[in-house]
Every structure is written in structure tokens, then in C-alpha cells.
Design a protein around this ligand. Structure first.
Ligand code: UDP
Length: 237
């Protein structure tokens, strides 16, 4: 296997499947099975999940709720997704732990870095809920920060497309996938991979990012096998 410890970032929206809102149980089961395939190969897995399928802080202001309050609502939304994913993963036969950036001991552990690392070493899949626990951040920033903290070798950003393309593949039939990019090139060419806070955290701390299509069965395992038909690798080299 190419990696030993990874951090997988899933967006909340991905959990909607074909629905307009909420969680699609089929999608949840599919993701759990994808994760199981790489867990069975002994990969240590940390997961950060977003909350955009339920609530986003930027929505709040439009409805008269202040931004900070809205951000906390968004963070709580990620915990709902994390709990759903945790159940699906346990059903698929994995040992899991949910750690939260906001203390809520009735449903999850607080985030304690050393404890998170210990869980990973023991083969438990660790989900980080509630983002960093602070407003004005995103779950992408959480993914970068937690990856650095637990010393994951790579951030895998699961999306609906198989990486970065020369043009929009849904519009331009000549668009081709770029298999590798440097952090600098991404900035120079204005590709939108993650928000800048999340992106520069990875760049400065030398954590590569792989953008890939999480919805295509087997892709996660292909990435772990080092197949270069999947995704775009962004690194400092
Ligand atoms: N959020 C936050 N701090 C964090 C992580 C998340 O305030 O550390 C809030 C923010 O309002 C965000 C929402 O939680 O809009 C949901 O997360 P995100 O939008 O990153 O989810 P995704 O787009 O991945 O579904």
C-alpha cells in the first residue's frame, strides 16, 4: 500500500446522494464499504465530514441569524453526519471512534490529539466531528489541521469528479485530467481545490492533497494501491 495513515475529507453534500437535503442511506452504506476495503488492507483512517447537506454558516445571515451562531449550527450539523457515518461503518464491521471539536460527551469523545493517534494505531477509524470547534473555519481547514496533528501522510478530498481537469469535464469534451500539480501551480492557475486557509496549511506543512471521485466504487482502494488513473495529486514537488 502506498500510504499507512490517511485523512479522508467527505463533504456533507456528498451524503445527500440524489436527494435535495439530508442523508441518503444508500450513499452512506456505499461510503462505509469503500472505507472498509482500505481498512481491511491495514490503512489507518481518519475522517472529517462536512455539514453542507444540513446547514452552512454563510446561510445564516440571509435568515437573520448572526454568522457566529450560524457557524456553530454548521458545526453541529457535521456531528449529525459523523454519527450517521459512524453507524454505517460499524454496521460494515469496523471499529470506530467519534471525536468532536465541541464537547458533547453523551455522544462522542472530545478531541484529544494523543488519544486520536492511539485510536488510529489500534486500527479504529476516527471521525472528527464539529470541525475545529471555532467559527469562521470550514471542514476543509479541519481536514488539513487534523491531518497535520495526527501525522497523516495525505489528505484525500473526495468529490464528484476524478481530480483537476484542464477545463470543466461536464461541459468540455476535450478536458483532460491533470494527474499531478504543485501547490504553487494550483494557486497560479486559480484552481479551486479547498479554501485558502485549508490549502496553505497543507502547503506549509508539506501534506499532499489528492482530489478524487469518491462516488466511483473502488477508487479509494485504487489510490491506496498507487494507481495513477485516479485523482490529482497536489504536492510541493
Ligand atoms: N464550521 C465552522 N468551523 C469549523 C468547521 C465548520 O464554523 O471548524 C461551520 C461553517 O459554518 C460551515 C459549516 O460548519 O459552513 C459546515 O461545514 P462545511 O461547509 O465545511 O461543510 P461541507 O461544505 O464540507 O459540506
Amino acid at each position: 500500500m502506498k500510504y499507512k495513515r490517511i485523512l479522508l475529507k467527505l463533504s456533507g453534500e456528498a451524503l445527500m446522494g440524489d436527494q435535495q437535503y439530508g442523508i441518503d442511506p444508500k450513499r452512506l452504506e456505499q461510503y462505509a464499504n469503500e472505507i472498509k476495503q482500505i481498512r481491511d488492507e491495514g490503512i489507518e483512517i481518519a475522517i472529517v465530514i462536512g455539514g453542507g447537506n444540513i446547514y452552512r454558516g454563510v446561510q445564516a445571515e440571509a435568515s437573520g441569524i448572526d454568522r457566529v451562531q450560524g457557524d456553530y449550527m454548521g458545526m453541529l450539523a457535521t456531528v449529525i453526519n459523523a454519527m450517521a457515518l459512524q453507524s454505517a461503518m460499524e454496521k460494515a464491521g469496523m471499529y470506530t471512534r467519534l471525536m468532536s471539536g465541541i464537547n458533547m460527551e453523551a455522544v462522542c469523545e472530545p478531541f484529544i490529539r494523543r488519544r486520536a493517534v492511539r485510536h488510529l494505531e489500534k486500527g479504529r477509524v476516527v471521525i472528527f466531528g464539529a470541525g475545529i470547534g471555532n467559527p469562521y473555519f470550514t471542514t476543509d481547514s479541519t481536514a488539513s489541521l487534523r491531518a497535520i496533528e495526527v501525522e497523516a501522510e495525505v489528505v484525500l478530498k473526495g468529490t464528484r469528479v476524478n481530480g483537476v481537469y484542464t477545463a470543466d469535464p461536464e461541459k468540455d469534451p476535450n478536458a483532460v485530467r491533470i494527474s499531478e500539480l504543485s501547490f504553487e501551480e494550483v494557486i497560479r492557475k486559480g484552481y479551486n481545490i479547498m479554501d485558502m486557509t485549508a490549502f496553505t496549511l497543507c502547503q506549509e506543512n508539506n501534506v499532499p492533497i489528492i482530489v478524487f471521485d469518491m462516488n466511483k466504487p473502488g477508487n479509494l482502494l485504487r489510490l491506496m494501491n498507487g494507481e495513477d488513473s485516479v485523482g490529482t495529486l497536489i504536492s510541493n514537488s
